[in-house]
Design a binder for this molecule. Sequence first.
Ligand SMILES: *[C@@H]1O[C@H](CO)[C@@H](O)[C@H](O)[C@H]1NC(C)=O
Ligand SMILES: *[C@@H]1O[C@H](CO)[C@@H](O)[C@H](O)[C@H]1NC(C)=O
Ligand SMILES: *[C@@H]1O[C@H](CO)[C@@H](O)[C@H](O)[C@H]1NC(C)=O
Ligand SMILES: *[C@@H]1O[C@H](CO)[C@@H](O)[C@H](O)[C@H]1NC(C)=O
Ligand SMILES: *[C@@H]1O[C@H](CO)[C@@H](O)[C@H](O)[C@H]1NC(C)=O
Ligand SMILES: *[C@@H]1O[C@H](CO)[C@@H](O)[C@H](O)[C@H]1NC(C)=O
Ligand SMILES: *[C@@H]1O[C@H](CO)[C@@H](O)[C@H](O)[C@H]1NC(C)=O
Length: 739
Amino acid sequence: MRQALLLLVVVLRPSWADPPQERVPLFRVTRQGPWESSGSNATDSPCEGLPAAEATTLSLANRSLERLPGCLPRTLRRLDASHNLLRALSASELGHLEQLQVLALRHNRIAALRWGPGGPAGLRTLDLSCNQLAALPRCAGPALSSLRALALAGNPLQALQPRTFACFPALQLLNLSFTALGRGPQGGIAEAAFAGEDGAPLATLEVLDLSGTFLERVESGWLRDLPKLTSLHLRKMPRLTTLEGDIFKATPNLQQLDCQDSPALASVATHMFQDTPHLQVLLFQNCNLSSFPPWTLDSSQVLTVNLFGNPLTCSCDLSWLLMDAKRTVLSRAADTVCAPAAGSRGPFSASLSLSQLPGVCQSDQSATLRALHLPWFDPSTYAPGPTVTPSAAPDTRPAGAQQNVSKAPTVPVGSRAIAAWPHSDAGEGTAPSTTNSVAGHSNSSVFPRAASTTRTQQQGEHAPGPVLEPDISAASTPLASKHLGPFTTSWNDIHSPQPGQRTQATPQVPNPTPSEGGIPVFLLDDYSEEEEKGTEEEVGAPYQDVSCDYHPCKHLQTPCAELQRRSRCRCPGLSGEDTIPDPPRLQGVTETTDTSALVHWCAPNSVVHGYQIRYSADGWTGNQSVVGVIYATARQHPLYGLSPGTTYRVCVLAANRAGLSQPRSSGWSACTAFTTKPSFALLLAGLCATSGLLLVSTLVLSACLCRRGRTLRLQRSDTHLLAYKNPAFDYPLGLQTVS
Ligand SMILES: *[C@@H]1O[C@H](CO)[C@@H](O)[C@H](O)[C@H]1NC(C)=O
Ligand SMILES: *[C@@H]1O[C@H](CO)[C@@H](O)[C@H](O)[C@H]1NC(C)=O
Ligand SMILES: *[C@@H]1O[C@H](CO)[C@@H](O)[C@H](O)[C@H]1NC(C)=O
Ligand SMILES: *[C@@H]1O[C@H](CO)[C@@H](O)[C@H](O)[C@H]1NC(C)=O
Ligand SMILES: *[C@@H]1O[C@H](CO)[C@@H](O)[C@H](O)[C@H]1NC(C)=O
Ligand SMILES: *[C@@H]1O[C@H](CO)[C@@H](O)[C@H](O)[C@H]1NC(C)=O
Ligand SMILES: *[C@@H]1O[C@H](CO)[C@@H](O)[C@H](O)[C@H]1NC(C)=O
């Protein structure tokens, strides 16, 4: 029962300085929702105005309380005592609140904490943000063994002692943002600060927020105790200058690293991200980075990088970020600029937008490009091993290998532009305040909408979780990243090259995959825990001889490669990404009105990143109208703004990295003609004229009928009078006849 009806007794006192009308009611009924304040001073004496014994949610915010009332209902699940004057908190004092799950004590003056045994056993979320804690007490054994989220943001904490969080063996989210960590002489976070009891790692923590602290570096000494870490927030850290070393060695599950607005961060040793094969989001906007070299991406990775607002130096070494839009999405590529290096000449003598880099670097056709260690050429990325060993794989390749940039073994139809977040969904809705930690970054192009901060009792149960939704803002990402979600992915997928799909890069480099010699089968998808559950033998399993349930003409058709991943079926042969796609087959134009029409087509058997529609009126000599990028999953698109009663010629084109399809002379047609309906206005005029005519004729007709009717009625009333002689009838009829 969330909405408890509370009967609040309004205590009348002469000294009460409220407006007069507030004094009138003796009793006031307030509807108390979660976290709502009644806004009165009814609890001046601790127990007054407290709700009935079975209340589950209570807000005592803004009551100037110096301590919590002693008579809180035992059934309480959520208690908000924010914005009060509390000075201390002792967990054991709340021990009688066995149901308590959420305790919010933001904006108090708490300077002393005592965990101790006997605290509220069910407490999951404790918010102590914006208090006056300068130190955290040592833990003696697990005190709050269910605690999942602990917020200590905005406290003047300067240092963390070893095993500070050992009393919270289930902690998943720890928010230490805007604390004074690193400011004092004590040195910030101690080596084993995140060690649990007995020095074991704090193996449940997934989200750590150190934003706004004064730490100068991230140390592997404390990060190594967080093996489950998925999300690390290092925003607005004024003193953070470098990220380097083996810091992520022990955190292979890291999915998000958020360093935005850390103005001194000038160096990131990106090769360390080889230790984090699940990394999906890297936010470095408004830092001080001048370069961002590539590293070996895991084959399953879809990485979003934001480098907006950094003093980048122009170089083809940055163009890897834009080379494969299905694997790496550079957010705001068009607004991210690089500056020429001092004394540089040639194409890099002026500032450039990063989105221009591929063009500049590709047309340059120089040795720079070939020597560039593009991560997706690394054959080890296609090995089905659980982790990509940081074995400096790119460097073992012959530097001058004659690889054509666009000829990597590719998955058709952009199936990897969307990948599932390898995570169970938020659990039983226990601690809502902790489930949205990542949701705020709305503008990154590929961003998990639901963060995974409250994985609760579902360990190991990896339902295909929330799905990445690529941003649709056109400027920053080329066609390829634009697909309609949501697709779910299973995690035990293999993919083999299709007939006709070129895999030229493969024979040129030694291929270390175990599938060598057999049917060339590449494990392109993610390694995940699910694979541990005995699907390993399926690697290299032959394809079932079943065609996929794929219809080239179905609107919002899931790409065949995606279906193939799920059910190991056969897809129609696709030509590769480096080949200009075949033209789509135009099915027809329906729903034509005077100014709009709906064009339908079927997909060609080619890798398609998007479609384009071109149309022009018959006899028009100017340029054709072009409808830009249409999703690869679309099979129909409306045209608007057409002229009425006009014949149009319309063509559908398929696009991929190699270019646009060319209209074909033989076979099916990608073009057709249709005629719009006559103008609605004209129709309306016609309709008006017709109805006018009708009206006139109706009038004429009714006039005629009237006359006729009168004569008829005359005759009939005569018969009435004669036949029945009913006086009641006679009178009005008589009147009528007289008149
Ligand atoms: C509650 O009481 C305090 C002092 O007793 C006063 O400052 C505050 O304005 C009162 N709040 C309300 C909502 O009446
Ligand atoms: C309490 O007061 C603060 C500012 O004084 C305000 O921001 C907050 O919304 C108030 N909380 C409630 C529950 O009324
Ligand atoms: C950014 O880096 C440059 C040198 O790389 C340095 O001179 C500058 O002070 C740095 N900016 C900040 C805010 O630390
Ligand atoms: C790569 O292949 C494309 C088409 O197949 C070709 O136009 C381009 O020149 C090639 N690039 C290099 C660097 O060989
Ligand atoms: C940490 O707390 C701050 C301040 O309350 C908040 O802005 C931030 O979003 C929190 N971080 C996470 C990861 O929830
Ligand atoms: C996100 O993008 C929209 C338009 O694409 C823009 O109006 C908005 O300001 C952006 N928000 C942020 C936080 O960058
Ligand atoms: C047609 O397109 C070309 C290039 O796309 C452009 O230069 C030209 O001005 C356009 N002509 C008209 C009439 O719009």
